[in-house]
Ligand binder design. Structure first.
Ligand code: ATP
Ligand code: MG
Length: 766
């Protein structure tokens, strides 16, 4: 996009333009992938600014900082640097920013700490230990997610404890003390002046609820226009907050949400596609305008059609028809490998081939997988071919131990009541304050209901640890005083030296040790860059107020970063990421790997239709990231949990109609065993028609009772059951070994005669 001024409207189709220019009142855009929903939001913001709305009166909520930043870049192409001042950010970062200003109204300090998931887990573990509960029964991770889900549903510890149903459930699950743990957890966070990620939503809701006149009204007036991307992934609480901010009962309801029910992939985090349906209903009486976009501008036709067909296997969806005028494009390539290592090799070889043949840059290519642990094998093979890559979603820079150690010191300087930071560094580097002393401090704090830091003066230990504690207090207090005059960078250098962290790392001359020192230096450089940066932070500032460069502001920024958000521009590399994190993105060439039963769909979701449908939506998201080339791969066997496991190809492969799949090249190059495919493959072409719409494919077989038979045993004349098409009769079987294709007549579908490739199909002999 290079134009400026009014001509931006010419870069939209008619429906998109209407969705952009209908600025007043509620607007819903439900549309499929690649149809320009995000583009509509971006242009709408630009349009509002062009028409005279102040940038800081616009609130735009997205799911990743990367998306927010890209949006700002695109807006600035139309309106210039004013784009920086838009309140565009993730739910969490925007809400943290509001809370920073208003926290005291709900009993938090304005310099509150944000607890990350490690802090949360560690606090839960501490509580379990203090209560003398068995940590094998009270698993910290599952307790943490129970607490998180309670918060997301606005269930306070008191409501939880009073609810007989929850308590009965907990008794059944043998964790009867969960309510108490929850109550203690909330109390301890508050005492430490800390909010976890859920609190950023939960406490904001509380703030708005409890302060209708002085807070809610202020933000309602401030945000004249609200926009939400990927609305299908909002949870109940996020929607509740948005509804409040948009002044649902009042008169100005300038809200625009865009989403795609078929791409909803966070049900496990409490997101429900119900929100899209509710939105339409909720705003019906306020004259909601609904726009549907149908043209896909991202992908070529084989990819779009394959995606369309695939999603008809899901039970519930808002009917949509997506088309593309980008031409047929390449068929989808399927790579079959014997082992996971062979899969890694074939995928890397294919990447090399595509780069050479089609002149693709590395950044045009992505490998997407269901679980992060799958990245390793691809990394190995890409390294062998010297193809640069970047893994998103692994251990992020800010999760490394040495980085967390220094950050813990910084957190303590800003908020000494931060208990997780306190525990982390009170005796690190070692200064002679032993575990038993730390436990005594914790007990004193608990008995008085105060933070560990506040308990120190009363603790009054004598001897060696007494002196060490006094030194520690002195160090933190002096640093905090310095914060009045020194900037974040100077302060970080000071504490890194004074605490002994630098000396400790310097004394370790192993390669790993030097790496850790480098990481610490990189962190310091990052803080320096933050201080010096002219531009405003991700969430933008308002009017002419100078950007907040305090240590507190730095810590807030990094607490909400994911590794996604760093070093993005460090050269031309292939992207490796989970399908979840690929939401909203696009690449010329996409590899979706590990397409095996129990892996994708994941074994955890295979027992229910809802679970399978969610996996299929995830697969749909993966497939629709591709612009020109889509390659799907699977391995017959892979190492998982320490031993070789044999897997069937994923059912999703079968759901891609054959006419969109490359019949020879990809398959022939896949493995010697498959080379016989080329003959039969040609015959399969064109014979594979499937019902087009959701209504024609209603047959559902309960997957929990469905038991597929080995495909070698399927013969002509048999009665068989198919998960989607139901009961049918095998008319004939042809094709060579490993490549058999059955013609089956199904009883209850519109287009009864089907050609089915037995290797991919799941059929149960009746
Ligand atoms: P997803 O559901 O995957 O998030 P989306 O609906 O948000 O997709 P966008 O990312 O906005 O889709 O658009 C997909 C691609 O199509 C982008 O590269 C965008 O620039 C391009 N595009 C959208 N609309 C048009 C248009 N009218 N003319 C040209 N290109 C367009
Ligand atoms: Mg989008």
């Amino acid at each position: 996009m290079t134009t400026t001024g009014g001509s931006y409207l010419e870069q939209l189709n008619d429906v998109q333009r209407q969705a952009v220019t209908n600025t007043d009142g509620p607007v819903l855009v439900v549309a499929g992938p690649g149809s320009g929903k995000t583009r509509v939001l971006t242009f709408r913001i630009a349009h509002l600014i062009e028409k005279g709305t102040a940038p800081w009166e616009i609130l735009s909520l997205t799911f990743t900082n990367k998306a927010a930043r890209e949006m700002k870049e695109r807006i600035s192409k139309v309106v210039g640097s004013r784009a920086e001042r838009v309140w565009a950010g993730t739910f969490h970062s925007i809400f943290a920013r509001i809370l920073r200003v208003e926290a005291e109204k709900i009993g938090y300090p304005s310099n509150f700490t944000i607890y990350d998931s490690d802090d949360t887990k560690s606090l839960v573990s501490t509580i379990i230990k203090e209560m003398n509960l068995d940590k094998n029964v009270y698993n910290a991770n599952s307790i943490r997610s129970r607490i998180s889900s309670a918060k997301s549903n606005l269930i306070t510890p008191k409501l939880y404890a009073d609810n007989e149903e929850f308590r009965a459930q907990d008794r059944m699950a043998k964790v009867p003390h969960l309510a108490t743990i929850y109550q203690k957890y909330v109390m301890r966070c508050k005492r430490a002046g800390a909010m976890d990620f859920d609190d950023l939503l939960y406490r904001l809701f509380e703030l708005l609820q409890k302060n209708p006149d002085n807070v809610l009204e202020k933000y309602r007036k401030k945000f004249k226009y609200i926009l939400v991307d990927e609305f299908q992934d909002t949870n109940t609480l996020q929607y509740a907050i948005v509804r409040k901010l948009v002044n649902y009962e009042g008169s100005d309801r300038n809200i625009c949400v865009v989403g795609d029910d078929a791409q909803s992939i966070y049900a496990f985090r409490g997101a429900t596609i119900q929100n899209i349906l509710d939105f339409e209903e909720d705003f019906q009486k306020h004259g909601i305008k609904v726009f549907k976009l149908e043209q896909n501008y991202r992908s070529t036709d084989h990819i779009v059609q394959a995606a369309n067909e695939l999603i008809t296997y899901n039970a519930r969806q808002i009917p949509k028809r997506i088309w593309s005028d980008k031409g047929e494009g390449q068929r989808i390539r399927i790579i079959k490998a014997m082992t996971d290592s062979e899969e890694g090799k074939r995928v890397s070889d294919t990447i090399m081939e595509q780069k050479n043949r089609f002149h693709l840059s590395n950044s045009d290519i992505a490998i997407l997988y269901r679980t992060n642990s799958q990245s390793r094998i691809f990394e190995e093979h890409l390294r062998r071919l010297s193809i640069p890559y970047r893994v998103f979603g692994g251990l992020s820079f800010y999760q490394r131990k040495e980085v967390k150690d220094l950050i813990a010191y910084l957190r303590l300087i800003v908020n000494p009541r931060d208990e997780e930071a306190f525990r982390r560094v009170i005796n690190f580097p070692k200064r002679g304050i032993g575990n038993s002393t730390i436990e005594k401090i914790a007990n004193l704090a608990n008995s008085k209901g105060i933070s560990m830091w506040d308990a120190l003066p009363e603790f009054g230990a004598s001897g060696r640890s007494g002196k060490s504690i006094a030194d520690f207090v002195d160090m933190i207090t002096k640093s905090a005083k310095r914060a009045d005059t020194a900037n974040a960078y100077e302060l970080a250098i000071y504490i890194a030296k004074r605490s002994g962290l630098i000396d400790l790392l310097k004394s370790d001359t192993t390669v790993e040790g030097m790496g850790r020192l480098e990481n610490l230096n990189a962190l310091l450089d990052g803080i320096n860059a933050f201080v010096e940066e002219e531009a405003t932070d991700v969430i933008g500032t308002e009017g002419t107020a100078p950007p907040d460069k305090s240590l507190a502001s730095y810590l807030q920024n990094i607490a909400l970063l994911t590794d996604f958000d760093n070093n993005e521009n460090d050269g031309d590399h292939i992207t490796l990421m989970s399908v979840h994190s690929a939401k909203g993105l696009e690449f010329k060439s996409v590899f979706v790997v590990g397409l095996e039963e129990k892996l994708f769909p994941s074994y955890m979701s295979m027992d229910s239709i809802e679970g399978l449908d969610e996996e299929r939506r995830l697969f749909y998201v993966a497939v629709t990231r591709a612009e020109q080339f889509l390659t799907l791969s699977y391995a017959n066997a892979r190492y998982r949990y320490g031993s070789m496991r044999y897997n069937e190809p994923s059912r999703f492969l079968e759901e891609i109609p054959r006419q969109h799949v490359e019949s020879t090249a990809g398959v022939r190059s896949a493995s010697p065993e498959m080379s016989s495919m080329s003959n039969g493959g040609a015959r399969i072409q064109g014979n594979f028609s499937r019902p087009r719409s959701a209504e024609t494919s209603k047959v559902k077989v309960d997957p929990s009772t469905f038991k597929p038979s080995p495909h070698e045993s399927i013969e002509a004349g048999m009665r068989v059951l198919h998960l989607k098409f139901g009961e049918g009769k095998v008319i004939s079987v042809d094709g060579g070994k490993g490549n058999r294709v059955a013609t089956i007549h199904f009883k209850d579908v519109d287009n009864p005669q089907r050609r089915i490739m037995l290797k991919f199909a799941k059929l149960q002999i009746l």
